[in-house]
Design a protein around this ligand. Structure first.
Ligand code: PLP
Length: 375
């Protein structure tokens, strides 16, 4: 059966070169980077070369890159330490953040009694920057946590502009860049953001590894205690094969960013054209979205929602939900709930997310599948 993997915002297939790199390390370079013998020193060298390579891609210095187990850990670490150690008393975030940020903000509110303010989201998915400035006019030690690219609808926030606004208001700025690293060029020398982060499995690297960029002298303290790894910032033996795999994946993504982004954008255009032809009345959720993401409302009967993804899956097509179906009741995604009208929320939304491994054939398969379901 032909298959079409169109769920790349969830996770991406490993790049073959990443598999080669990781297999070599798993086979030959199994030393512990904290050991002083040659196998250990070799592992340490791989670790530090990976750190340098990753730092170069975002124009950071190597000491500003801290390896973590995933994006969720990096978000939790930054936000927890900002409150506990940097004495932040207010977090400004939005209701369309990933749960790794949203739930962390709520946990910190419950644990430390900090204030959590939510910046308004416009109906096109954009962050209301006028409202952000308004919120920031209240002077308090603040952390702004706003994502660069939304993982459900793909809207792109102006990272430079928000960084500047935060600087002007003396607020710390943390941006979840999990969906944008390797897909949009980020230069931390140009963009005065305090904390960003990544998760390797979103750019054809392995699962279970990520990194945080923490600007020099930011003063974060560790979430875990134990060994002296990562200069005491993140204890635990480093997963060298994962880290080197992530460095390779990011290097490849950044090297090929121009050609891959053009190719993927052309696939997205092709999808939109096909949708216009076969499903007039479909709508795109969000404006100014990243080339890898397309979230749509389908002009289908409500009765089609529950089984939509199941039917597509039976045909070998992997996309993601816009509405969650739980125990038989339809619960809209927290992101779409913030921006869609009550009517559109009832209709089926799906998220199609692309990578450079996709082809027009994949799109044709999806369109064919959707046509069959509509009947
Ligand atoms: N933040 C965003 C925007 C994401 O899309 C994801 C993953 O879906 C995460 C954080 C969590 O990353 P991880 O799976 O590495 O914990």
């Amino acid at each position: 059966m032909k298959k079409a993997y169109l769920d790349n915002a969830s996770t991406t297939p490993l790049h073959p070169e990443v598999i080669l790199e990781m297999t070599k390390i798993l086979t030959e370079d199994y030393g512990n980077p904290s050991s002083t013998h040659s196998l250990g020193r070799n592992a340490k060298s791989i670790l530090e070369l990976s750190r340098k390579s990753i730092a170069k891609q975002i124009n950071a210095s190597a000491s500003e890159i801290i390896f973590t187990s995933c994006g969720t850990e990096a978000n939790n670490w930054i936000m927890h330490s900002a409150v506990k150690d940097l004495k932040v008393v207010r977090i400004i975030t939005s209701k369309i953040e990933h749960h790794a940020v949203l739930y962390t903000a709520i946990a910190l509110q419950n644990q430390y009694g900090i204030q959590v303010d939510y910046v308004n989201i416009k109906s096109n998915g954009e962050v209301d920057l006028t409202h952000l400035v308004e919120l920031l006019s209240e002077e308090k030690k603040t952390l702004v946590s706003l994502m660069h690219v939304n993982n459900e609808i793909g809207t792109i926030m102006d990272l430079d502009r928000v960084s500047q606004i935060c600087r002007e208001h003396h607020a710390l700025f943390h941006s979840d860049t999990v969906q944008s690293i390797g897909k949009i060029k980020i230069d931390v020398q140009q963009t005065p953001v305090d904390f960003i982060l990544a998760s390797a499995h979103k750019f054809h690297g392995p699962k279970g590894v990520g990194f945080a960029f923490v600007r020099k002298n930011a003063g974060l303290q560790p979430l875990f205690f134990g060994g002296e790894q990562e200069k005491g910032q993140r204890a635990g033996t480093e997963a060298i094969h994962q880290i080197a795999g992530m460095a390779k994946a990011l290097e490849l993504s950044c090297q090929n960013i121009e050609t891959e982004s053009q190719y993927i954008a052309s696939l997205k255009d092709y999808t939109i054209e096909k949708l216009k032809t076969h499903f007039p009345g479909f709508k795109i959720n969000g404006e100014k979205t990243l080339y890898t993401l397309l979230n749509i409302v389908l002009p289908f009967d409500e009765s089609k929602i529950a089984m939509l993804l199941f039917h597509l899956d039976m045909k070998g097509i992997a996309v993601s939900r816009g509405s969650a179906c739980q125990s038989g009741s339809i619960r809209p995604s927290h992101v779409l709930a913030e921006m869609l009208s009550a009517d559109d929320l009832k209709k089926p939304s799906i998220r199609i997310s692309f990578s450079h491994f996709n082809t027009k054939e994949d799109i044709d398969l999806l369109i064919e599948g959707l046509r069959e379901i509509r009947g």
